[in-house]
Design a protein around this ligand. Structure first.
Ligand code: ADP
Ligand code: MG
Length: 701
């Protein structure tokens, strides 16, 4: 075995040389033998079998069909001139069409001749069609020739093609590479896992991913590589979790004390849902073990995460610790401050707000009371981590709306204390389980899967511009009942000026339709000073205004239970999770609430799916799954740290089963053999050792 061989500069490979090496580096970041080996085909051409016309459909790769030519003719004028042929087999008819080389191809075609046609099938007017198929005479002796394997197709670029590195060219150098390195490809997975999940050995898999014999082999090969990718992400995650629990002691919240009990018995204005109770119990157990808690509480919008956080904080305070709660925006932090303050009643526990706009004098007071230990709850934004605030004994940090806080920021918090505080992360952005396992795989997860009783599901309606009057009607009807309305405009990142104009035009329209003195409108957008934002927010919170026109600053967490209508303008411009978040701002009280999605008539396919999804379901998890299918995990925040970048083949939307198997395997390994001392785990141990000795193995380090 010679691991160094994978570091060999690509120019030394037969068929490459210095000039092509330059292009490979520039165009597709292939520097070494190893890089090329992991440059996988993006699809395969299936010439291993003949398909029947009736089975031909657009979901198949490039396929071949044996057909008889029934008719052909050129139709259309210059520009749209094309050659159209009808071909049949014993199961049906397929149309062939050529737009180029019409004259030449027409000359070669013979009626009633049997041909092999090869290409991608699409549907045209409900009928199967192949555009620009490759076509060749069928000869009996050809039947088994040239059909031996799937052909890999690599993505290439114009530049690469100029240097003969089109897909075929890459295939050629890949063949050279595999010849040289095959024997040096080391196994990375323990033998028993390969057996258990019926995978290939790694060298076989890497050979087959480039040159698969047939679709059966390809399937197993892809499973193998996906499993390996996902296994090592989980391995890294869960190992760091294990190390953390070995390295860090955790504060022990011994007992439920006076404040917790008093709050529960006298102040809590409602019955906790069973889900809330269960999660509080999970947290209780977690904080008694003597290890640091790292827990993610996932709960759909409006499921009541705040009170869970508050009760956890009271638990900490009862045990002599200080706590903090961090939110992604100042609005949200301020709102938390007000609502916790209200829940706790005066002086029950000391609670303060620290944000970017906190005055110097107040800051000083806060700093003092933190250091002396007098202050029990500090609420703030990110500023809390950046700020040189020093707690006397921070026992718990709650992070609301985690998707805006990265792993690194979390780590910063720990450094604020000798014994790291317990961490409670709350997110209302439901993420599919697969993503949760990958992004937050090092956290324990609690789920609040129940909404408080008496909530009516929000009615979501999609309206086009010509229904605007109907929308105004609904607004008036709700306002007449004493309810309040949000109207949200999208943010167009590139131009905050345009955003503002958009919003201000909206305000104009609204003020004409809803004039003073009967109606009052709050306006909140990103260009406002925090104090002005807060002022406008408060007018709405207090019910002094009935309409809140805003950009997405109100997206997360804002809680005004009396608001019953959410109008989203240009809703086609929003992502699914954003739409769901926004909708979550209403439906927080007992009344029927509405979400109106205004959109233009012209919608992209995805835009249409997003809006339809919103109309059809209120279930955040279902929405998150669809969102993942639509967007792919490409745009997910936090993917840098999570190892998602290393995924070449695995797809979190498609490969949930493999991910679950991989994670389960890793969990079992760490449960039964945390130090990897068993002989069957030797292979993993050797990786860990290498990683610890600073040998960069991107899999583990
Ligand atoms: P989220 O999970 O989205 O952060 P909040 O914590 O803001 O939700 O709670 C939404 C609303 O539901 C708040 O007004 C809160 O007081 C209320 N609430 C929370 N738990 C319950 C409950 N068990 N019964 C009734 N209302 C509740
Ligand atoms: Mg919340």
């Amino acid at each position: 075995m010679n691991e160094q061989i994978f570091k060999t500069p690509i120019e030394y490979l037969k068929g490459v040389g210095p000039q092509r090496a330059e292009i490979l580096k520039k165009e597709i970041s292939i520097f070494t033998y190893g890089d090329l080996l992991h440059y996988y085909p993006f699809r395969y051409i299936d010439r291993t079998q003949f398909y029947k016309v009736k089975d031909a459909n657009p979901n198949l790769p490039y396929i071949q069909i044996l057909v008889r030519l029934k008719s052909f003719e050129t139709i259309g004028e210059k520009g749209t001139r094309r050659l159209v042929a009808e071909a049949v087999d014993d199961t049906g008819e397929i149309e062939l069409v050529w737009f180029q080389g019409v004259n030449w191809i027409q000359k070669t075609l013979k009626l009633n001749q049997v041909y092999i046609i090869f290409g991608k099938v699409s549907y045209f007017n409900g009928k199967p069609q192949m555009a620009h198929p490759e076509i060749e005479f069928f000869k009996k002796e050809n039947q088994n020739k040239g059909n031996l394997s799937l052909q890999p197709v690599y993505s290439s670029t114009e530049k690469l093609k100029q240097f003969s590195l089109d897909s075929k060219g890459i295939q050629r150098i890949m063949a050279n590479l595999i010849d040289i390195v095959f024997n040096d490809i080391e196994e990375e997975l323990p033998e028993y896992l390969i057996k258990k999940y019926k995978l290939y050995k790694r060298n076989i898999a890497l050979l087959n991913i480039h040159f698969p014999k047939d679709t059966q082999v390809l399937k197993i090969t892809q499973n193998t590589i996906k499993f390996e990718e996902l296994f090592f992400i989980q391995f890294r995650m869960l190992r760091s979790k294990l190390l953390r629990s070995q390295k860090f002691k955790g504060n022990i919240f011994e007992s439920v004390g006076e404040k917790f009990t008093f709050f529960y018995e006298n102040l809590l204005p409602f019955q906790l849902t069973n889900a809330q109770k269960r999660v509080i119990k999970e947290i209780r157990l977690d904080t008694q073990r003597g290890a640091q808690m790292n827990r993610l509480v996932q709960g759909d919008v409006g499921s009541g995460k705040t009170v869970v956080a508050l009760m956890t904080m009271l638990l900490a305070i009862d045990n002599g610790f200080q706590t903090c709660l961090m939110a992604p925006t100042e609005i949200l932090a301020t709102q938390h401050y007000h609502s916790l303050h209200a829940l706790l009643k005066d002086d029950f526990v000391s609670i303060k707000l620290l944000t970017g706009s906190t005055k110097k004098k107040e800051r000083k007071l806060i700093a003092e009371s933190l250091e002396s230990g007098k202050l029990s709850i500090l609420i703030g934004t990110h500023a809390l981590i950046e700020d040189p605030v020093i707690f006397k004994n921070l026992g718990l940090a709650v992070i609301d709306e985690q998707h805006r806080f990265g792993v690194e920021q979390r780590a910063k918090l720990w450094r604020k204390n000798n014994v790291p505080p317990h961490i409670l992360v709350m997110t209302a952005t439901p993420i599919p389980r697969t993503l949760a396992m990958t992004l937050y795989g090092d956290l324990d997860v609690s789920v609040i899967d129940e909404l408080p009783a008496g909530r009516k599901p929000i009615k979501t309606i999609h309206m086009f511009e010509n229904h605007r009057l109907r929308m105004f009607g609904l607004m008036k009807q709700e306002i007449a009942k004493g309810r309040q309305v949000y109207v949200v405009y999208p943010l167009i990142q590139e131009s905050s000026k345009l955003d503002l104009k958009n919003l201000m035009d909206g305000v104009d329209t609204m003020s004409r339709e809803f004039p003073l003195p009967n109606y009052r409108i709050s306006i909140v957008h990103g260009q406002l000073k925090p104090a002005d934002k807060e002022f406008e927010m408060q007018r709405f919170v207090k019910g002094e205004t009935q309409i809140m026109v805003a950009t997405t600053v109100i997206e997360v967490g804002v809680n005004v239970p009396n608001a019953s209508v959410m109008i989203i303008e240009n809703s086609e411009r929003f992502g699914l999770s954003q739409l769901h978040q926004l909708r979550g701002r209403v439906g927080r009280g007992a009344e029927q609430s509405y979400c109106i999605l205004m959109s233009e008539h012209k919608l992209s396919r995805e835009g249409r799916i997003r809006l339809d999804t919103m109309v059809q379901t209120n279930d955040g998890f279902e929405i998150a799954e669809i969102d993942l299918q639509l967007r792919g995990p490409g745009n997910i925040e936090g993917k840098q740290q999570s190892g998602l970048m290393d995924l070449k083949l695995a797809d979190l939307a498609q490969d949930q089963k493999i991910l679950q198997e991989a994670r389960k395997s890793v969990i079992e390994i760490f449960e039964t053999d945390p130090d990897l001392n068993k002989p069957e785990n030797k292979i993993l141990k050797s990786f860990v050792t290498k990683a610890e000795n600073g040998i960069t193995l991107n899999k583990i380090s």
